[in-house]
Ligand binder design. Structure first.
Ligand code: ATP
Ligand code: MG
Length: 976
């Protein structure tokens, strides 16, 4: 036997602990109505997992707990234990004996479950019982009045009975679980598919946008690279062009200046020459007048001389010897006078010429001295000019040597307010002091705030343009000189003031001014600086007008470099240079004039000298002729009066010859002067004409030069504008310094690059609006899309697997179900004939095609009857049919336990006996617990238990003998 023992306590009418021990296979339970027999049946089903309150004949689960009676109080807990013999391993566990317990507490409504005293879940008990034939759908436990249910059930409801018999419940359960899983998988799948569809909707536009953005980025970066190179190339070309233009402009300037100087010099010279010419004209006219008058005198004298000569001629031919001698002597004296006069004049001329020559040499010396002076003065002028150019250049670009400062200023970054040296202007004479007191700080860059400074520093880093110091205005703290110290300093010799008093600046930089200069003292000279430093205990920086410094703490800085121009001292030096330049150019001009004067003097001397040479050459033969004449007259005279002494002859002043000689001498002199002046006049005239021509030519050239200069200026302005535009683009669009950009320049064909820039610009514009986040978004979305698609594949695979498993289970179920169905069907006819004493019966599937779902119907034909519908049979018949099916099942497969609660109640005496005997056939294989009132059944039982209610409302159990049992019934019948 399978069920070895039942223990009940507090269950329904079993208030006290009651134990039923079974020691044989067919057991009968007997007792009067209402004594609690069916409660035992309920108890067994309850332990095996019955959850239906209705089938336990209650309205709530707590109805199974003993509820009290007139004499007994209710209890708080119901507990039932079944003990099974599992030596045949009917239950799929390793234990030889299985003890199953169920408990219910009234207060909490809490249920407890145990297998072999170990707590477990209800589910574990259901699983344990599954497929043992004790399942809730099997026919093995039949409740009171339920026997006809089989016949009355719909075919579909009946099917469960056969499933239970075929042992497919576990597959069915698993299949259900699989279907649940399938459902959930399907749900997940559809949710996933919704998301995937949504992603698909996004992914394509995003893909397009991302592609567009990538094209944009690619083109943009290509453009940037090329454009930077193009800009650099352009800037380089413009630099070269500007250089050339500058050089050309300089050349033109020089030429122009030279032309202008030449013109003004020539003009000057011309006007001087014209003056001279005028002077000469006047002089010549005057000489001419004298000449005319002298010529008149000479003509008159000559007329008289001719008359005298005629008289003498006559006397010499016709007069006496004495007379002749007198005449000859006079003539001889005259000839001698003439000779002497001419010789003297020649001598005077030669003396004059020597003088002139001397003067000319002196003049030459003067000229070369003047030239030398001029050269020196010019050299100084040039040096000053150069220095002026350098200083002007420095003033224009004061930060050319401060690479970082220049880069920051050129880049036009936001928040850059200027450089210290630009923002503070030293007062006159304090330039050196202020400049030296600042030292390097004069190149510090002033910014609006710290953020601007940070930005500028990152700009310098990016472009590798060097380092600079920044002074954010917002964090500058002013410094002051303590009042007491100031008073002490003011009483010291040489104290001039605080450096901040000697600079000029915009008001908004006052704080910065005080931060830089507020505690720097200015004094006149170093010795006083030391004195004040001592008085102030070396607490301040002190600077002298010369720029020497006594630092805080007492260290001293000083000395001098050659070109120590700083942005702060440039202007001062420039002013000095400009002044010197003025003086020097005046000196040069003076020297030039001096030179011109010397040169014209020398020219005059030379002309005079030449004229004298001519005169001398003319005079020389005359002297000789006069001597010859005298010599001849002397010879003539000596023939006549040889002894006469000639020595003391003297000519009177009014002697014609004397007069004539004097007049001739004058005329010669004037002629010579006139000639020389005329020559000079002529030369000057030619010179003026030549110079006028030259000036005209120069003016024409100057005009051409000016036109060229204007062109160059226009070209310069154009190039400058283009340069500014390109530099601006480089710094604002790319934040690059030119030097950094230059290092990035590509080595390509620039014409081609320029064309490419235009093409790229067009292509980028044609792209229109671009979403730069698209590539990232696309990547994210497509990553998600791929991930979810993979998940979908996994789910689909899982779904396939589940479906295959379900198919496999279906196959097994179909096979097992069919086999069991056929086996049962094969038994049915015989069992039917045995119990009905003939006829036939057959089970059939309503839809044999769908074994898994088909309903089961039964075709019965008791002997001599042709009833078609099973529902039309009598109650007894319906019970018997159900019993037939149950016995067929028992024959087809062993069931360990059957519990019948008055199943044979409706049968007649003969049928009861046949039923009871048939049970006997299964002895040894199945165990039967039969609640009955029928002696026929009782007679076939191996043991009988009587249930009584001695106390009111509390069931009690006792083993009884058949006779006692029958007696009990009799008593019932008697009492009834
Ligand atoms: P019959 O021969 O008529 O079928 P029976 O022996 O099968 O009678 P049961 O149906 O087992 O009788 O017992 C019913 C009795 O159990 C009722 O009289 C009822 O008083 C008692 N009963 C049911 N539930 C409880 C409960 N929770 N507490 C106390 N008694 C209960
Ligand atoms: Mg009953």
């Amino acid at each position: 036997m399978f069920l070895k023992r039942i223990e009940l306590q507090g269950f329904k009418s079993f208030a006290d602990k009651s134990i039923i021990t079974f020691d044989s296979d067919v057991i009968g339970i007997v007792g009067p109505n209402g004594c609690g027999k069916s409660n035992i049946n309920d108890a067994i089903r309850w332990v095996l997992g019955e959850q239906s309150v209705k089938s336990l004949r209650g309205t709530s689960m707590s109805d199974v707990i003993f509820n009290g009676s007139t004499e007994r109080k209710p209890v708080n807990m119901a507990e039932v234990t079944l003990v099974f013999d599992n030596s045949r391993h009917i239950m799929n566990v390793d234990f030889e004996e299985v003890e199953v317990t169920r408990r219910l507490h009234r207060q909490s409504g809490e249920g407890e479950y145990f297998i072999n005293k170990t707590p477990c879940r209800l589910k574990d008990i259901v699983n344990l019982v599954m497929d043992t034939g004790l399942g809730r759908d099997s026919l093995s436990i039949i409740s009171q009045g339920n026997i006809s249910a089989f016949a009355d059930a719909k075919p579909e409801e009946r099917r469960a009975l056969f499933e239970e018999a075929a042992g497919v419940a576990k597959y069915k359960k698993r299949k259900n679980e699989s279907l649940g899983k399938l459902n959930r998988t399907q749900e997940n799948l559809s949710r996933l598919e919704d998301i995937i569809m949504e992603l698909e909707r996004q992914v394509n536009p995003l893909k397009r946008q991302a592609k567009k953005a990538n094209i944009y980025i690619e083109k943009k970066s290509e453009l940037e690279k090329i454009e930077v190179s193009v800009l650099v190339d352009e800037i380089e070309k413009l630099h070269t062009q500007m250089e050339e233009l500058k050089k050309k402009s300089f050349d033109l300037d020089t030429q122009k200046a030279m032309h202008e100087t030449t013109i003004s010099v020539e003009d000057n010279q011309n006007s001087e020459l014209r003056n001279e010419m005028y002077q000469l004209d006047r002089e010549i006219t005057k000489l001419q007048e004298t000449f005319t008058k002298l010529s008149e005198d000479a003509r008159m004298l000559e007329t008289r001389k001719i008359e005298m000569d005629e008289k003498r001629k006559y006397a010499l031919e016709f007069a006496s010897n004495a007379e002749k001698a007198k005449e000859l002597k006079a003539m001889m004296e005259e000839a001698h006078y003439e000779y002497e006069d001419r010789s003297r004049r020649l001598q005077d001329l030669e003396t004059d010429m020597a003088l002139r020559k001397e003067e000319m040499t002196k003049c030459d010396n003067d000229i070369s001295y003047c030239l030398q002076e001029n050269q020196q003065a010019n050299a100084i002028l040039n040096r000053l000019q150069n220095r002026k150019d350098v200083l002007e250049n420095l003033a224009r670009q004061p930060f050319n040597h401060q690479q970082a400062v220049k880069a920051v200023l050129d880049a036009n970054l936001n928040g850059i307010l200027g450089v210290v040296s630009q923002l503070f202007k030293p007062q006159m004479n304090y330039e050196t002091a202020i400049s030296n007191s600042l030292a390097g700080a004069m190149y510090h860059i002033v910014t609006k705030d710290e953020a601007s400074a940070r930005h500028a520093i990152s700009f310098l880093k990016k472009n590798q343009s060097g380092r600079a110091t920044f002074l954010p205005l917002t964090v500058m703290k002013p410094r002051y000189m303590n009042k007491e110290h100031r008073m002490l300093a003011e009483n010291c010799e040489g104290f001039l003031g605080i450096a901040s008093e000697f600079v000029e600046n915009e008001e908004r930089f006052n704080t910065l001014r005080d931060a830089l200069f507020g505690n720097v003292i200015v004094v006149d000279q170093l010795v006083n600086a030391n004195e004040i430093a001592k008085v102030l205990r070396y607490g301040y920086k002190i600077v002298t007008l010369e720029g020497d410094i006594v630092n805080k703490g007492g260290s001293m800085t000083g000395g001098r470099t050659r070109n120590q121009a700083t942005p702060l001292t440039i202007q001062k030096e420039l002013n000095q240079v400009l002044q010197s330049l003025d003086g020097q150019s005046m000196k040069v001009d003076g020297l030039k004039n001096q030179l011109t004067a010397l040169q014209s003097k020398k020219e005059r001397l030379r002309t005079d000298f030449v004229q004298m040479q001519i005169s001398s050459a003319q005079l020389d033969p005359i002297v000789k002729a006069k001597w010859a004449k005298y010599d001849r007259l002397k010879a003539d005279y000596e023939q006549i009066a040889p002894q006469e002494d000639l020595a003391d002859s003297a000519l009177m002043e009014d002697d014609i010859v004397v007069k004539l000689s004097a007049v001739h001498s004058k005329i010669d002199d004037i002629t010579s002067q006139m000639k020389s002046k005329r020559e000079r006049r002529l030369k000057a005239g030619n010179e003026v004409e030549r110079k006028d021509g030259q000036i005209r030519q120069l003016r024409r050239e100057l005009n051409v030069l000016q036109n060229e200069m204007r062109e160059v200026e226009v070209a310069q302005a154009k190039a400058e504008t283009r340069l500014e535009t390109s530099m601006e683009r480089l710094s604002s669009t790319y934040e690059m310094t030119f030097e950094y950009a230059q290092s990035m320049k590509l080595d390509t064909d620039m014409e081609e690059a320029r064309r490419r820039v235009v093409v790229l610009r067009q292509e980028i514009a044609a792209l229109g609006n671009v979403n730069l986040d698209a590539p990232k978004e696309y990547e994210e979305v497509s990553e998600r899309f791929t991930f979810l698609s993979k998940q979908r594949e996994d789910l689909l695979a899982a779904k396939d697997k589940i479906l295959t498993a379900i198919d496999e289970m279906d196959e097994i179920m179909i096979k097992q179900f069919k086999e069991m169905f056929d086996k049962i069907n094969a038994q049915l006819n015989d069992v039917f004939r045995a119990l009905f004493g003939g006829g036939k019966a057959r089970l059939f599937m309503v839809d044999p095609q769908d074994v898994l779902n088909t309903g089961i119907d039964i075709d019965v034909q008791p002997p001599g009857k042709t009833v078609q519908n099973i529902r039309l049979f009598s109650g007894g018949e319906k019970s018997l049919i159900a019993i037939c099916v149950l016995f067929s099942i028992l024959k087809a497969r062993t069931m360990p336990l059957c519990i019948f609660d008055e199943v044979e109640a409706a049968l007649d005496q003969a049928n009861v006996e046949r039923f009871a005997k048939y049970i006997g056939q299964f002895r040894g294989e199945s165990q039967f617990i039969v609640v009955t009132h029928r002696p026929g059944t009782m007679a076939q039982c191996d043991a009988l238990y009587g249930v009584t209610m001695q106390q009111n409302g509390v069931s009690q159990l006792l083993k009884v003998k058949l006779q006692d049992a029958i007696h009990m019934i009799d008593k019932e019948e008697v009492s009834a």
